[in-house]
Design a protein around this ligand. Sequence first.
Ligand code: F6P
Length: 342
Amino acid sequence: MRVGILTGGGDCPGLNAVIRGIVRKAERDYGDEVIGFLDGYQGLLDNRSMPLDVEACRGLLPRGGTILGTTRMTPYMVDDGVERVKATMAATGVEALIVIGGEGTLSCASRLNDDGVPVVGVPKTIDNDIGGTEMTFGFDTAVQIATDAIDRLHTTAESHNRVMVVEVMGRHVGHIATWAGIAGGATVTLVPEEPFDIQAVCESLLRRHHRGRFASIVVVAEGAVPAPGTIEIPEPSVDEYGHQRLGGIVNVVAKEIEARTGFETRVTVLGHVQRGGTPTAFDRVLSTWYGVAAMEAAHDRDFGTMVALRSGEVVRASLAESIAELKYTHPDLLDAMRVFFS
Ligand code: F6P
């Protein structure tokens, strides 16, 4: 059979490793052909693709980004989108589509599947917020990058007796902030799941400093929200796909900390550094496993499914159910870390 793949949404370390896993399984075990649509759903709409074989995937395992390119375009953003997708599939002879993406890309994949386009999904995002799986690839890499950065900030914070306020990604959930906050020994971590009271944050810093510790790290998820009636944060702008551009809350938080505690603060926004570069060993393995498993599902024509990590095993889950709810940071983990963050 001929299988088409695409990568959609924000890029993520491990995308190329998934592509390599799909191609290897298709060619070596099934004798199936794979083509890659370019720039996410845009390439599927425009019938722009590249052939993929084992040779074309040489060197892809450790390479960040996606060789196929990616956008946030979806077929539902144009009137005749689904017809164009079906026309491309007919013209290219593609019998199954493997869609590698996050919440937005996979929601669209599920809708396409309902509209008669045979789809298998692969969950991607550094945010780790896809409900149907215990882990998305890219998350481990982002946490490691953020932790390395926090480790570096500790030494300069101590030298200057400052509070370093670090913004990490995580638009709806605080997985990266929580994990990097714990791993990096942060004093306070602010996540979207729990609206924060800036006064309580400052009191926590003051208590710590009065106990004789003079440098602190505050980790802020980009999607963190102040408790109602506390401080205001600027409204985010929206990109051409209606996607909110987050980032910058850290400036408000740092300014308030400095004003309320008198401690000198500095801001670091890690931004897209967290999405760039080579995946960790864990993400390389998970991406490869996902790729192989997705190709197996496509070859079995088990459409409307998504590969997922559950209890240490990669399984097939219902795509529609997997994207129905976001996966938030486990409340027990948030509770457990409070002992360090007071
Ligand atoms: O969804 C993953 C993510 O990394 C978010 O954490 C972040 O808000 C967003 O992508 C940024 O996207 P862009 O690349 O469009 O700036």
